[in-house]
Design a protein around this ligand. Structure first.
Ligand SMILES: O=P(O)(O)OC[C@H]1O[C@H](OP(=O)(O)OP(=O)(O)O)[C@H](O)[C@@H]1O
Ligand SMILES: O=c1cc[nH]c(=O)[nH]1
Ligand SMILES: [Mg+2]
Length: 219
């Protein structure tokens, strides 16, 4: 897996990221969602540079403009719930993308510190020969991303796969790197050092799903 960690180059992205992390600013859930969406737009722009492009002429009122335009059949798949604002940000740029949604949540069956990933809802078009963008803002243990990919396999073999995330933990990034082929690309805003005993990214930002959409009762 090829890792594109955008935090390596300081940019306006740092402002959005620091607001997501800041425990007072993140109380504003509308701003929290919008900052994830803005990061989705930036990650989508960076990712777009690695798509396939074709020369095309555009007729202006006064002449012909030669340009190159991307011609990829994109399927944008996001993991509920926290993936929704990231999905919106990516979709703001990839106007014609088809869309897939999948639910993946942590089920704490035996102990609060151990969990398994439960995938239930899945709505997906054919992935055969297409460019799959798999988005989830938090890449903690990496298990949700890998479980989602497994669940998508019956829908066809994509031509290219891009993973998009906001914050990863080093350990989760390594886990995902093992599960995906070498040509898969990860576009991520930043990577933190560790996970706590409950599988939360440290320093991270807390629970992205709850911050975006409110608390939920544990199942
Ligand atoms: O890398 P992992 O260890 O699998 O953790 C990452 C997942 O955890 C969170 O989802 P959560 O289960 O909290 O659901 P939510 O989005 O509904 O809050 C987050 O939104 C990711 O999907
Ligand atoms: O730190 C984490 C880990 C998983 N999910 C989150 O929302 N935050
Ligand atoms: Mg959550």
């Amino acid at each position: 897996m090829q890792i594109h960690n955008l935090s390596k180059t300081p940019s306006i992205l740092n402002t959005f990221m620091s607001e997501l992390r800041d425990k007072s600013v993140q109380k504003d859930s509308m701003r929290f969602r919008r900052n994830i969406e803005r990061i989705g737009e930036i990650l989508g722009y960076e990712l777009s540079k690695s798509l396939q492009f074709k020369a095309q002429n555009i007729e202006t009122p006064l002449g012909t403009s030669e340009t190159v335009l991307h011609h990829n059949d994109i399927v944008l798949c996001s993991i509920l719930r926290a993936g929704v604002p990231l999905h919106n940000g990516l979709l703001n740029y990839f106007d014609a993308a088809e869309n897939a949604f999948i639910s993946a949540y942590r089920q704490h069956k035996h102990h609060p510190e151990s969990f398994e990933i439960v995938v239930e809802y899945l709505a997906c078009p054919s992935l055969e020969g297409k460019t799959l963008i798999l988005a989830d803002p938090m890449l903690a243990t990496g298990q949700s991303m890998v479980a989602t990919y497994e669940a998508l396999k019956p829908f066809g073999t994509p031509k290219d796969i891009h993973l998009v995330s906001v914050i990863g933990a080093q350990q989760g990034v390594e886990y995902v790197a093992e599960a995906f082929d070498a040509d898969v690309k990860l576009w991520i805003a930043t990577i933190d050092d560790s996970l706590n005993e409950k599988g939360y990214i440290i320093p991270g930002l807390g629970d992205a799903g709850d911050l975006a959409f409110g608390n939920k009762l544990q199942q």
